[in-house]
Design a protein around this ligand. Structure first.
Ligand code: NIG
Ligand code: FE
Length: 419
């Protein structure tokens, strides 16, 4: 049994209290529930008390000598950041494509000529379990150093059974061996393999008939995701894939309207997806459908930045009532970063979100996007003791002072893991 931890006297403690049942929308996204001179008592991996420092001092005075004291004075304390959309488990990198794009080639051109997702698929196929594990483990270390304590991870660099299985098995092992919690998603529908180029429906049949049932049977994923995009999977094919996942207990997610408007946001509403992600080119009708059904909009402004495209309209989505979350989309092609705080800065500067909204988007709303709103994402009694302490004295400064990693201390499941 580890020692209790007493985090004391934060200049601002962002609690986001009262947000466990549903993601926050509209004005509620700005209600951070800040406690000044705030403290937390953590024990057995969970939060036991949240409040003003003098109140908690009085409550735990007799037990101070048993606890590890973390002085947070002059610092900002938030829930551990949650990244709800990553392609964590992959091999290699694609800086050559970055260079090609800088000279005018587009992301889809590169993919359609056999590079892009296909290039990483070739690397991931030939990598051993151990190589994939080691590369991904190091990425998780970097996530942790940026204040992230939970990461969703998609398969999708196989698109045939052995490699999809390998990615999901590595994700499972990472969840066991790394302090970060990994939430797994099956994304066999990430691209159409070239053998199926002439008959993509046969690949959809394979996903539906074989791969989805096996993933579900083995309990290797909670979500089922599809790249619904012109030239990849059509809305009709995406719908079939997502409905098949539902029949096997996999919750739908969707890469929607990333490159071209394609009614992906509308489809997310129709199939009752937990989230629709990207949404750079989502229609107003689609946004309204999402708001109505409570589909979380997972926005990835790092991807837009890296692909030199216009970001999603986060401001409009929030004003229409879409619960918005933020994510890195960490992957080797369109967003090779682990810095969720930098993504939050882009949320402010490229999507018209406020510093308060981006904190909500990277904590509790991100937790809801991966069905973890009751366990993580806010600092409330009974929730998991996942906490990030930043070396700034207020939440606005976290975004204002940009391009700097302000992460000072990270507590994961009640243990100090970064200091
Ligand atoms: O979310 N859009 C599809 N998938 C990823 C990119 C994957 C890759 O380029 O390797 C994304 O942007
Ligand atoms: Fe993605």
């Amino acid at each position: 049994m580890s020692k209790p931890i007493f985090i004391r006297n934060a200049s601002q403690l962002v609690t986001l209290q009262g947000s466990s049942d549903a993601p926050l929308v509209k004005e509620a996204m700005s209600e951070l529930g800040i406690i000044e001179n705030g403290s937390l008592w953590l024990e057995n991996g969970v939060i036991c008390a949240v409040g003003k420092d003098d109140e908690l001092f009085e409550k735990y005075e007799d037990r101070l000598s048993e606890a590890e004291i973390v002085d947070a004075s002059g610092r900002l304390v938030t829930p551990g950041l949650v990244d709800p959309h990553t392609h964590l488990v992959f091999a290699g990198s694609r800086e050559n494509e970055f260079n090609m794009r800088l000279q005018g080639a587009t992301y889809m051109e590169i993919m359609n000529s056999g590079g892009g997702i296909h290039a990483t698929t070739r690397r991931t196929k030939t990598a051993s379990h151990e190589e994939l594990f080691n590369e991904s483990f190091e990425r998780l270390n970097q996530f942790l150093r940026h204040g992230v304590t939970t990461v969703e991870a998609k398969s999708g660099y196989g698109m045939e059974w052995e490699t999809e299985l390998k990615q999901l098995e590595v994700a499972k092992l990472l969840n066991e061996k790394h302090v970060i919690d990994i939430v797994p998603t099956f994304m066999g529908a990430h691209a159409v393999p070239k053998e199926y180029k002439e008959n993509p429906d046969a690949f959809v049949d394979l996903l539906i008939g074989k791969m989805i049932p096996k993933v579900a049977e083995l309990g290797l994923a909670e979500f089922n995701d599809v790249f619904c995009e012109h030239g990849v999977f059509t809305p009709e094919q995406s719908k079939r894939i997502l409905e098949a996942g539902k029949r096997h207990g996999l919750i739908p997610k969707i890469h929607a309207d990333e490159i071209e408007p394609y009614e992906g946001a509308e489809l997310a509403g129709e199939v009752g997806a937990i989230s629709a992600d990207h949404l750079l080119r989502a229609s107003e009708k689609g946004m309204k459908a999402m708001a109505e059904k409570g589909v979380v909009g997972v926005l990835l402004p790092g991807t837009a930045y890296f692909l030199m495209a216009e970001s999603a309209n986060g401001r409009k989505m929030i004003d229409l009532g879409v619960p918005v979350a933020l994510s890195t989309d960490c992957n080797p092609g369109s967003s090779p970063t682990v810095s969720l705080p930098f993504i939050m800065n882009l949320g402010c500067l490229k999507m018209g979100m406020t510093p308060a909204e981006v904190i909500t988007a990277a904590t509790i709303n991100a937790a809801h996007a991966i069905n973890r709103g009751r366990e993580i994402g806010s600092l409330e009694v009974g929730k998991k003791a996942d906490i990030t302490i930043f070396n700034v004295d207020n939440y606005m400064k976290l975004q204002y002072s940009y391009g700097v990693n302000h992460t000072h201390t990270v507590v994961k499941s009640g243990k100090v893991v970064v200091r």
